[in-house]
Design a protein around this ligand. Sequence first.
Ligand code: PYC
Length: 316
Amino acid sequence: MNIETVRVVDSHTGGEPTRVVISGGPELGMGSMTERLNTLREEYDWFRSSIAEEPRGSDVLVGAILCEPGCPENTAGAIFFNNVGYLGMCGHGSIGLAVTMVHLGRMQLGEHCLETPAGNVTLTVHDPNRVSVSNVPSYRYRSDFKLQVPEIGEVCGDIAWGGNWFYLISDHGQSLDQENVDTLTDYTWAIRRELDAQGVRGGDGELIDHIELFGPPSDSAAADSRNFVMCPGKAYDRSPCGTGTSAKIACLIEDEQLAPGEIWRQESITGSIFEAHGVVDQRKIHPVITGTAYITGDARLLFDSADPFRYGLRSS
Ligand code: PYC
C-alpha cells in the first residue's frame, strides 16, 4: 500500500473537524461497513492513528474513510474514527462528509443513503453547506441511572443510544461555558472512568464512551438547550454532537417532553446549533439532525519513512 498518495478533505461542522479520506486508504474489501471497520481495526489501525493522531491530526479530529457502498443504489459508505479508536456513527462527521462530497462534485442536492457500521442513514443536502442526517433508530436504555463517583458524589442521568452510547446528565451544577472547559473535562472524565470501572455498559455490552451534560441555552430565543459532550479520546465536541443530540431526542420523546416532528435546537458549548426532531415509525425513534459544515482544506498527506512519528505521536 502506497501511503504517499492519501488525499483528504477537511471540514468543520459547527466547529468540530472532520477529515475524509478520499483515496489512498487501505483495501477493506466489499463486506458490510462493520466487517470493513473490523478489518481496519485489526489490520490497519496504524492508518487510523497516522491520520487522526498528532502530529498530522489532533485529539479533536474525527476521521472518515469514504468507501464504495455495499449496495449499489446507496451513495457511499463511511467508517468513522478518532484519536483512540472507532465510532459506529458520527452526526457532525456525516454532515462534513456530505459537504465534502458536494465539494468534490460527487453528491448533488437531495437525498442520499450512507452506509455506516451503526446502520444506513439518509443524508439530505439542502445546499452546498446545509445537510440533514436521518439517523439510525435511537432509544433510551436506562432512565435515572444513579452512579457514585468518588471525586463528585452521586450523579443521575439517562443511558441512551444515538449511534454511539451516551450518559446524559442534566442535574450537575456545572456551568457550561468555554472558560470552564478544564473543569468540565475533569468532571465528565471522572464519570466516564467510573462507568467503566463499575462495569456499566450499553444495551449491547459496549462501553458508554460519551458523557453529555445539559444546561440552559445562551439565548432561549435561538436554542432550547446547551450541551457539553466529552468524547472517547478526552476531547470535547465543538459541535452539539449529532449522535448525542439523537440520544437526547430519544429521551425527550420517550418522556413526552417533545412531540414527534417538533423542533429541538441543541446548542454546543461553542455556540453552534443543530436543529433536530424525531420521526416515530413502527414505535422506533429516528432523529433527524440538521447542521452546517464548511470545507477547510483539500490536501495530500505525506509520510516520510524517516519520520519517527509518521504513525502518530502515541502509536509510532
Ligand atoms: O456528531 O455524532 C457526532 C459526534 C460523535 C463524536 C464527535 N461528534
